[in-house]
Design a protein around this ligand. Sequence first.
Ligand SMILES: *[C@@H]1O[C@H](CO)[C@@H](O)[C@H](O)[C@H]1NC(C)=O
Ligand SMILES: *[C@@H]1O[C@H](CO)[C@@H](O)[C@H](O)[C@H]1NC(C)=O
Ligand SMILES: *[C@@H]1O[C@H](CO)[C@@H](O)[C@H](O)[C@H]1NC(C)=O
Ligand SMILES: *[C@@H]1O[C@H](CO)[C@@H](O)[C@H](O)[C@H]1NC(C)=O
Ligand SMILES: *[C@@H]1O[C@H](CO)[C@@H](O)[C@H](O)[C@H]1NC(C)=O
Ligand SMILES: *[C@@H]1O[C@H](CO)[C@@H](O)[C@H](O)[C@H]1NC(C)=O
Ligand SMILES: *[C@@H]1O[C@H](CO)[C@@H](O)[C@H](O)[C@H]1NC(C)=O
Ligand SMILES: *[C@@H]1O[C@H](CO)[C@@H](O)[C@H](O)[C@H]1NC(C)=O
Ligand SMILES: *[C@@H]1O[C@H](CO)[C@@H](O)[C@H](O)[C@H]1NC(C)=O
Ligand SMILES: *[C@@H]1O[C@H](CO)[C@@H](O)[C@H](O)[C@H]1NC(C)=O
Length: 814
Amino acid sequence: MGVFSRHIGVLVCAALVRAQRESTSGFEWVDPLIGTTNGGHVFPGATLPFGMAKAGPDVYGENQGGFASDGSPIYGFSHMHDSGTGGSPSLGNFPIFAQSGCPNDDINACKYALYERKEARVNGTVHARPGYFDITLANNIRTEMTVTNHTALYRFTFPETPITPNTTLNPHILVELSDLPQTRSEGNITVYASNGRITGSGRFSPSFGIGTYVSHFCLDFDGAKVKDVGVWSNTRAARATSLKVIPGDMRKTPSERPAGGWVQFEAPKKKNQMLARVGMSFISEAQACANAEREIPKNNFDALVGSAEDAWRAKLDVISIQDGGVSDVLKKAFWSGVYRTMISPQDYTGENPNWSSSEPYYDSFYCIWDSFRSIHPLLTLLDPKSQTLMVRSLLDIYVHEGWLPDCRMSHCKGNTQGGSNADVVIVDAYLKNITEGIDWNLAYEALIKDAEVEPLNWDVEGRGGLESWKNLGYIPTENLDILGVGTETRSISRTVEYAYNDFTIALLARALNHPEDYQKYLSRSGNWKNMFKSDQRSIINGTDTGFVGFLQPRYMNGTWGFQDPIYCSPLLDFTGCYLNPSGGETYEGPVWLYTFFAPGDMSTLISTLGGTDTFLARLDWLHESGILYVGDEQAFLKLFLYHYAGRPALSARRAHQYIPSLFNDTVAGIPGNDDSGAMGSFVALVMMGIFPNAGQDVYFITPPFFESVSITNGQSGKVATIRNINFDPNYRNMYIQEARLNGQAYTRNWLQHSFFLDGGTLELLLGPEESTWGTRAQDVPPSLGPFAANATAKRWAMHDFDPAPAPAQPQFGF
Ligand SMILES: *[C@@H]1O[C@H](CO)[C@@H](O)[C@H](O)[C@H]1NC(C)=O
Ligand SMILES: *[C@@H]1O[C@H](CO)[C@@H](O)[C@H](O)[C@H]1NC(C)=O
Ligand SMILES: *[C@@H]1O[C@H](CO)[C@@H](O)[C@H](O)[C@H]1NC(C)=O
Ligand SMILES: *[C@@H]1O[C@H](CO)[C@@H](O)[C@H](O)[C@H]1NC(C)=O
Ligand SMILES: *[C@@H]1O[C@H](CO)[C@@H](O)[C@H](O)[C@H]1NC(C)=O
Ligand SMILES: *[C@@H]1O[C@H](CO)[C@@H](O)[C@H](O)[C@H]1NC(C)=O
Ligand SMILES: *[C@@H]1O[C@H](CO)[C@@H](O)[C@H](O)[C@H]1NC(C)=O
Ligand SMILES: *[C@@H]1O[C@H](CO)[C@@H](O)[C@H](O)[C@H]1NC(C)=O
Ligand SMILES: *[C@@H]1O[C@H](CO)[C@@H](O)[C@H](O)[C@H]1NC(C)=O
Ligand SMILES: *[C@@H]1O[C@H](CO)[C@@H](O)[C@H](O)[C@H]1NC(C)=O
C-alpha cells in the first residue's frame, strides 16, 4: 500500500504534463497497409467506418483484399471489398481501369482483358490513410480514391504525354463485368453516349458460402468531354451501347468471356485530371445512380477526403492514450488494429434485396467464428451504438432466414466453422448493456433454436448432430445424423464450441428468468468433459511430453478413436484440419489447443487437467513448444488463461511474447488472415490491457502497453481510464504489484463492463517481478466448478467497494 500511495501524487502531475504533449489523434498513427502481404489479406483502400463502398486497387495475384503489397500488377480499381478473408477473394465487382489513350487513335489498340491491361505499380507511390488511397501505375497514371457510404470516387491524374508510342492524351476508361473471384454468371451493361454514364448489373457468387447475389453500379465521369463510347468483349471493342452476358458456367465465365463497357474522352480540361464516381447498390441500377447523386452531388474530391477523415477521427477519438514514450511500432500497430476493427460488418441498410424491414441490415459478418472473440467485444467497448445495430441486424436475419448466421457475406449464407457463435455475440451484448431497440425475447428464441433444432443444411447455420448432442452428450466421430446434412468432421472442436454456446445460453436463460432452461444449458455446457480421455498421452517422435489427459475423438458407441494431440499444429500436418470432408476432428488447430477450451468453466478444466501446477506447465508448453499458431483466432484466449490459475503476471508476459514480434507495423505485420479485423481487435484489446472472455462479463486485467488508456463510453459518455504507475516503455516493469479502482484497493484480476459504463480510474502499480496481486482464489474470474462457486460467494461479500452491477443486468457468479 505504502509504495503505491507515495507514487500517486507525483505521477499524476507528470501524467498531466505528458498528456498535453502527446495529444495527437490516433488517426495519425493508422497505417492501412499493415497486413497486406504474408497472407494477412487486409483491404487497405478507402472506406468509411462500416461503409458499403470500399474503393481499392485489385492486383493480379493473391488478391483477397483487392490490393497486396507484393509487387504484383494491378488490373483495376473496384468499389466493394471484404477485408482479411481466409478463403477465396470476395466482392471486387465492376473494376474500372484507365489508359491515357489508344495508340494511333485505334480503339482496338487499347487493352481490354485483365491479363492484357494489368500494369505494374511504381514502387513508393502508395499512400494510404483512413478514407484515402493513392497509387501510380507504370503507365504514369496516378489514381487517388475516397468514398462515401455507397459510392466510390476516383481522381485520375494522367501524364502530359502518354508513355505508349503514337498516343495522344485521350483518356480511355473501361469497366469490366467481373469480380475478384471471377464468378460472374450473367450481367449486362448500358453506355450512354450523351454524358458517358455507364450502368450495369451482374450475378456473382459469395466467397465462402452458398447461393448467388446480384450487384449494380452506376459510373459517371467529370473533367473531360466525351469523345467516344462503346462496349467490349474478350480483347475487342465495339461502338455499341449495350451488352448482355447470359447465364453460363458459374465460376468460369468472366475469365472465359471478359466483357464490359468503355468511354473515351478529349484531353482533360484541368491539370490532366478526371474524376470517376461509382455508385453501388444491391437493389437496382437506378438506386446505384441515386446513391451516387445523393452522396456526391458535386465532384469535390478533397472535401470528401476531409469528411471521410472526420468520420474516422470521430470513431478513433473515443480512445485516448498517453503513450509513455513507447516506440512508434507499437502506436501504429495499436491504432491500425482499432481502425481495422471498424471496416466490417458493413452497413447495407436500405440495400437488402431479400426482404424489406425497418430494422438495420449489416452484412459481411465474415465470420462470426472469428469475430465473436474480439471484434464484437471491442465494438461494444468503442462503438456500442453500432454494435447495437449489428445485434438487431443479426436478429432480423434470424426472423427472415430462420436462423442466426455464423457467417454471412454478400447477402448469402456463409459456412459454419464450429459452433453457433452468434449465441456468444448476443449474450456478450446483453451482459454489456447493448440494449436499445433489442427484443431480448426474440434473441432468446433464436438462441434456443440454435440449441434445439437442427437445420437441414447445418453447413451454413445452426448446429449438426443435435440428436447425439442431446442423447449422448457429445458430437460423435462418424456420427449418424438423419436430421440434417453437413460436413461430418470436427467432432471435438464442435463439441467444445457447442458446450460453450450452451453456457452462454444458460447465462441469458438465467437473466431472462427461465430457471429450467438455465439448469438444462448449464448442464449441457459441461459436455466437453465427455470427450476428455483421461489417460491420453501426447508422445512426439517417441518422447512423452509428460502430460496426461486430452480431448479425443469418440464414436457413437462410446469407444475412443485417436487423433494425435499435435496433429494440425505447426508441429504436425498444420493444414490437415481445414473445412473439407477429409479434415480432422478439430478445426484449424490441434487437440492440444482445443483441450484448453472451456471458457465458462475454467476451474473445472484446471482440476481436470491435473490441478494448478500441471495446468500452468501445460499452458507454458503450449506457448513455448511452437505448437501454438497465434494467427488463428482460437489462440487468442490462451494468452489469458493464466488468470484463472491465479497467475495474471504470466498472461502479461505472454502478451509481450507476441506483440510486437508477431503483431507490428510492417506490411507483413500480422501472423494470419485478419478476418474482418480479428487480428486488429486482438492487438488493440491486448495493448489496452483488457482482453475479454467473450460471452461473459469478464475482462482480464493486464498492464496496458501505454502509460495510460482512456475510453469514452458511447452510451453513458463516461470516461474509464487505466493508468500504469511506474510505467517503463521497455516493459521491464511488466507486472502488477497493486491496483486501485477509484482510489480503493482492487485485488481481483478481472474487470466487469460496469467499469466502462460508469467511468472511473483503475491504477496499476507496476514492478519488474511477479507479485501476489490477483493470485488468490477469490481474485480470479468466475467459473462454474464447485470450488469457484464457493470462492465467488466469498468474493461478493469481500469486495464491498466494487461498482454495483448495472440495474437490469444479471449478477455474475454461479
Ligand atoms: C518494386 O517492389 C517489388 C517488391 O515489392 C519488387 O519485386 C520490384 O522489383 C520493385 N520494382 C522496382 C522497379 O524497384
Ligand atoms: C454513413 O453511414 C453511417 C452508418 O453506417 C451513418 O452514421 C453516417 O451518417 C453515414 N454518412 C453519411 C454521410 O450519410
Ligand atoms: C507509330 O506510327 C507510325 C506512323 O504512322 C507507324 O509507322 C508506327 O508503326 C507506329 N508505331 C506503333 C508502335 O504503333
Ligand atoms: C440487367 O440485369 C439486372 C439483373 O439481372 C436486371 O435487373 C436489369 O433489368 C438488367 N438491365 C438491362 C438493361 O437489361
Ligand atoms: C437472399 O438473396 C440471395 C441473393 O439474391 C439469395 O441467394 C438468397 O437465397 C436470398 N435469401 C433469402 C432468404 O431470400
Ligand atoms: C465402436 O464403434 C467404432 C466405430 O464404428 C468401432 O470401430 C468399434 O469397434 C466399436 N466398438 C465396440 C465396442 O463396439
Ligand atoms: C519428428 O521426426 C521427424 C523425422 O525426423 C521430423 O521431421 C519432425 O520434425 C519431428 N517432429 C517434431 C515435432 O519434433
Ligand atoms: C512483424 O510481424 C510479422 C508477422 O507476424 C513477423 O513475421 C515479423 O517478423 C515481425 N517483424 C518484426 C520486425 O518484428
Ligand atoms: C444502458 O443502455 C441504455 C440504452 O442505451 C442507457 O439508457 C443506459 O443508461 C445504459 N446503462 C448504463 C449503466 O450506462
Ligand atoms: C463449497 O461449499 C460447500 C458448502 O459450503 C462445501 O460443502 C464444499 O466442500 C465446498 N467446496 C470446496 C471445493 O471448497
